[in-house]
Design a binder for this molecule. Sequence first.
Ligand code: SF4
Length: 326
Amino acid sequence: MKEALFYEKLDNNKVKCKLCPHNCIIKEGNLGICRVRENNDGTLYTINYNKLTSYNIDPIEKKPLYHYYPGSNIFSIGSFGCNLKCSFCQNHSIAHEKPRSRDVTSEELVNLVSLKNETIGLCYTYNEPSIWYEYVLDCAKRGKKMGLKNVLVTNGYIKEKPLEMLLDYIDALNIDLKSFSENYYNDICSGDLESVLNTINLANKKAIVEISTLLIEDLNTSKEEIKRLAEWIASIDEDIPLHLNRYYPAYKMKLPPTSIEKINEARDLAKKYLNYVYIGNVMGVDNDTYCPNCNTKIVSRDSSFKVINIKDNKCENCGKEINIKY
Ligand code: SF4
């Protein structure tokens, strides 16, 4: 166990955790909502520090990140715990249970990844990495020194101060924007929309950001909601890529999979406001990248994942600035 970074000691051996917007007040011997921060004799500890439950070398497109080193691989790791309670959680066995883990220090991990030339760096993913904060921060600092990239795949439910500190070492993020409805966040995820919007806004000032929305038919797929979501992203930056992912039944949610028609409808609507909208979890869709100005194909995502028709960050055909790092 390692002492947590963001908390305050209160009377009667209680502590207040200040890592995420839940602001849990935790009595001695108890855990916070995320189940990975424990009050031990009036000190808050993180119980998943150094604990890995999953690791794999994944294509960067799987995160998904489509505008960050297309075609590269990244060493992906996860621990356990989550600070949201989404009833459709795709990773509930590590997010809401305590599976077997293996102890790996940040030094061991970074040394291992540095030796593997086939990856661009480290991706903190699978369960929620923001509540693995101290370990992620240590790995990201060490990784950066060794020339590794650091990528965060997160629900964005973190407070401003810890986020700012972590962003100094993070190169790119995929942030879930689960819906554009406060009720949805409250009822289905036990969180709040405003905090996530704030994270997206801050992260986009310091790193490359892509956004993922899991579309669940009739819950977050109304035209009005998709329009508001896309309009809001565009108000920050119309070049932020949006991934609209198809929902399949998982964990406690038993609704049928979202229809392809709904996914296509949402994609067409979002494209009126955003330059890059992609579909996920659907076989056979065209997820190549096209220049938003002249429609020339600029990245091909067939089996070879070629970056084509971009020179000096501009479309080779029309000269439009393209926000793809490669
Ligand atoms: S990180 Fe965990 S303990 Fe801290 S406020 Fe969030 S849910 Fe509570």
